[in-house]
Design a protein around this ligand. Structure first.
Ligand code: NAP
Length: 356
């Protein structure tokens, strides 16, 4: 298989660094260009980035000169990943799509656009068809694909086996979110050490809306009819480095389901990515753990390279039908790794082509 030349926009940030690490030895994608703000452009990557990953900057990247995030400065790539600040991502990502360069982004700017897929590949892979209705580029060469908020990913993935088996009517989710979700340097240490902050601005709204699009029905005109699921969300910042832990309570459509049947739904679930052999796809996307103490961020967040969502304590709930715990890596599964998996699916389905 040929390799694709990729650019990384926002390459110096927290999510950008994850992209660099995940892409530096990727079998299909080669980093051709790194981009960031005017403050960083012209510097080498190692000068511009405050590297916070635990492994060293890949040797092939550290001396690469950071470019401006403009399509004319990145004309030698097949497509770009974006981990840019949302304050600037809207205009810049549009300019790339209009120039015929596909954009696979983490930023929130286009998540609600009617023809832009909000993708969790194991949950709604067919939504990539929405790309065909995008009008950024006259020949459809440039498009935008987004991945959802870092809670929406483990929430929709952990609910999907229950949805497929019994239907879900409503859900209440409480998310205990890692500090890395706030970027770098993020939450001041004196606010978060030994503490829990019961508010993350803008987060609960995203958690209550994005799953509706992800779980929605693709229509013939390329838009999505949002799912009618009821969702209530609470978001707390907790002193954990990586990994958002969710406490989830669901009301099922089908009544009379036993605890054993609910647990069995996870074992029986058919992952639509099985057989596609996408390099970043976890062997088991959703894993139900037996031990009632699990999952825990420190112990399980790195499962399958941070791409697996772990679930535990699936049990009968007093008020609704079932309760469970879920864990997802926020900057890998919920950000850079999710975007890389999106791009792999697009390549596999022939939606991304070499540009020259
Ligand atoms: P961050 O650490 O603040 O990084 C922001 C990046 O954007 C940096 O590379 C920065 O470059 C670049 N940038 C800023 N202004 C720019 C401009 N005018 N032109 C081009 N590039 C510019 O933020 P982050 O935490 O990595 O988040 C990046 C994006 O991913 C955000 O949209 C965020 O909402 C989303 N996201 C984050 C997470 C998470 O867990 N952290 C999860 C999901 C989604 P300089 O270094 O040159 O300033």
């Amino acid at each position: 298989m040929r390799t694709y030349r990729v650019g990384v926009l926002g390459a110096t940030g927290a999510v950008g660094q994850k992209f660099i690490r995940l892409l530096s030895d990727h079998p299909w994608f080669t980093i051709q260009a790194v981009g960031a703000s005017e403050r960083s452009a012209g510097k080498t990557y190692s000068e511009a980035a405050n590297w916070v990953e635990t492994s060293e900057i890949p040797s092939s990247i550290k001396d690469m000169v950071v470019r401006e995030c403009k399509p004319e400065a990145m004309n030698d790539v097949d497509f770009v990943f974006s981990g840019m600040d949302a304050g600037v991502a809207g205009d810049i990502e549009r300019s790339f799509a209009e120039a015929g360069i596909p954009v696979v982004t983490n930023a929130r700017n286009y998540r609600r656009e009617p023809h832009v897929p909000l993708l969790v590949p194991e949950v709604n892979p067919h939504h990539i068809e929405q790309i065909k209705k995008q009008t950024f580029h006259p020949e459809g060469k440039g498009f935008i694909v987004t991945n959802p908020n870092c809670v929406c990913v483990p929430l929709t993935l952990s609910m999907k086996p229950l949805i497929d088996a019994f239907g879900v009517e409503s859900v209440v989710v409480t998310s205990m979110q890692a500090v890395s979700g706030a970027g770098y340097p993020g939450v001041p240490s004196m606010d978060i050490m030994g503490n829990v902050i019961p508010y993350i601005g803008g987060e609960e709204e995203k958690i209550m809306w994005e799953p509706l699009k992800v779980l929605g029905e693709l229509k013939g005109d390329g838009t999505v009819a949002n799912a009618t699921l009821g969702i209530h969300a609470s978001a707390y910042r907790v002193p954990v480095m990586e990994g958002h832990l969710l406490s989830v309570v669901v009301k099922l459509k089908q009544q009379g389901i036993t605890e054993d049947q609910a647990q069995q739904a996870y074992a029986n679930w058919k992952n639509p990515l099985d057989g596609l052999e996408l390099p970043s796809a976890p062997k088991q996307a959703v894993r139900l753990m037996d031990d009632p103490r699990y999952p825990q961020p420190r112990l399980h967040v790195q499962n399958e390279g941070g791409m697996q969502v772990t679930v535990g304590r699936v049990r009968k709930a007093g008020l609704f039908d079932f309760a469970y715990t879920a864990l997802g890596h926020n900057t890998i599964r919920g950000a850079a790794g999710g975007a890389v998996l999106n791009a792999e699916l697009l390549v596999k389905k022939g939606m991304i082509q070499p540009r020259s």
